[in-house]
Design a protein around this ligand. Structure first.
Ligand code: FPP
Length: 235
């Protein structure tokens, strides 16, 4: 079985999972968070080199104040705990998205975690927080336009690789497999540029129940696909 180099996951279904158990949504997020820890260990063990997860979108601020506050508390705890997970898995952690919207202490924890893990390279773990792909592209285009105006970049020299270098994911290879849990069949503004050639796998399993067995099932399906990139299939 060929293991994808880069797997991206839309973590969905924490709320419905909790509701089905007669529990508050926050319980689903707590379980979703501990599942993320387990999946990181599984990915490392299976030899996946890049993992990117969609944990909080630019739209998620619209949820109830109670839920957003609960998620912030969870992020605070997780970012602290993630230092140990990074050490254990020799994992480099990077947060993508516009983190300036978070409280100062969260921004500081992100900076500490990124700095602590910057020399690890066995697993590259990207967490999308306050992330939206269109917002990422707009932020990147603004920086690119500023560089053109300042004469640092010539208009004619703008290529796909140059545009890529202005995205939050600069230097990270595109995902080979994108998994969305819990039944929705949408991208929800996740990695629109980066997923151009990626294989998609959708499952009804909610994120808190997505375990190693489900991960292997997704990778098996990925292995059954023809990956042609618009070219001729290799025999
Ligand atoms: C989707 O479930 C999940 C979220 C919006 C939050 C994701 C957060 C975690 C998995 C917690 C841990 C993450 C980190 C990085 C600490 P949903 O609430 O949209 O579920 P629903 O669609 O059933 O309502």
């Amino acid at each position: 079985m060929k293991v994808p180099n880069h797997i991206a996951i839309i973590l969905d279904g924490n709320g419905r999972w909790a509701k089905a158990k007669g529990m508050p949504r926050s319980y689903g997020h707590v379980k979703g968070c501990s599942n993320l820890e387990t999946i990181c260990d599984d990915m490392k063990e299976m030899g996946v080199k890049y993992l990117t997860v969609y944990a909080f979108s630019t739209e998620n601020w619209k949820r109830s104040r109670e839920e957003v506050e609960g998620l912030m508390k969870l992020f605070r705890n997780y970012l602290k705990k993630c230092i140990k997970i990074a050490e254990r898995n020799k994992m480099r952690v990077k947060v993508i998205g516009d983190i300036t919207a978070f409280d100062q202490d969260i921004q500081k924890k992100i900076a500490q975690l990124e700095e602590f893990s910057k020399d690890y390279d066995e697993l590259h773990f990207q967490i999308a927080l306050n992330y939206g792909s269109r917002d990422e592209i707009v932020r990147g285009v603004r920086r690119l336009a500023a560089d053109v105006l300042e004469g640092k970049l010539e208009k004619e020299k703008i290529t796909e690789a140059v545009v890529e270098s202005y995205l939050d994911t600069a230097g990270i290879p595109d995902p080979d497999l994108m998994i969305r849990t819990s039944g929705e069949l949408r991208l929800s503004n996740f990695l629109l540029w980066q997923l151009a050639y990626t294989e998609f796998y959708f499952t009804d399993v909610p994120w808190p129940d997505f375990n190693k067995k489900e991960l292997i099932r997704a990778i098996e399906k990925y292995n059954e696909r023809d990956r042609r990139y618009g070219g001729v299939k290799e025999e």
